[in-house]
Ligand binder design. Structure first.
Ligand SMILES: [Zn+2]
Length: 196
């Protein structure tokens, strides 16, 4: 049996800081109190070995780890780590589709990470569909963070948005991060409905 952890983060250098900073779409910057050294690749591999995890899906996030750094990591550890790309302008059809193609074809990343909180969009917004269609065409999974964080983005994380997205891009393989938080039971019907 293959055991995969489908939601993992690492930090890129510098690893001597006790925080990382994430830029939000509205221009604000969130400082999150995580020791970067504790989120290094070597620490991840050590944790995977101790807990008998075969593979980890690792997400790039702006301000935390870049697609380029993650590209080096997946090339060095291709049997253990699958990289998910971060796209700066997910609602911009031309830029986002090009950036995803580059991340997959040139950098060797094999998934797309989306964050409706930091990137401030709803997965039901039709402007995101071209990027999702491109991910489906490239046959890569899409990881969508679905916990209501940060403040002011609650409406972006409702599980029914995944229903709308799946209806519009039926071929998409979607991993719902944090299980849509307190309303995760709502997703059971969606899993059932997308199988028929
Ligand atoms: Zn995450």
């Amino acid at each position: 049996m293959l055991i995969i952890d489908s939601h993992v983060h690492i930090c890129g250098p510098p690893l001597n800081q006790e925080h990382f900073k994430v830029k939000c779409r509205d221009g604000s910057v969130l400082t999150l109190p995580f020791k970067r050294a504790d989120v290094s690749v070597s620490r991840l591999l050590q944790d995977m070995n101790e807990n008998k995890i075969d593979k980890a899906f690792v997400c790039a996030v702006d301000g935390v780890v870049t697609n380029e750094y993650l590209s080096k990591v997946v090339r060095e550890h291709s049997s253990r780590i699958v990289g998910f790309a971060w796209i700066d302008n997910p609602l911009d059809k031309t830029k986002s589709v090009d950036a995803l193609e580059r991340a997959v074809n040139e950098l060797g990343l094999r998934g797309l990470k989306l964050h409706p909180g930091f990137q401030d969009f709803s997965p039901a917004d039709k402007r995101i569909f071209p990027l999702i269609r491109k991910a489906a065409e490239l046959k890569i999974p899409i990881f969508i963070h679905m916990a209501p964080f940060p403040l002011g983005t609650f409406n972006n994380h409702k599980p029914e948005h995944i229903d709308t997205l799946k209806k519009n891009v039926p071929d998409a393989t979607i991993i719902v991060g944090h299980m849509a938080w307190q309303r995760f039971m709502d997703l059971l019907m969606l899993v059932w409905a997308s199988g028929i």
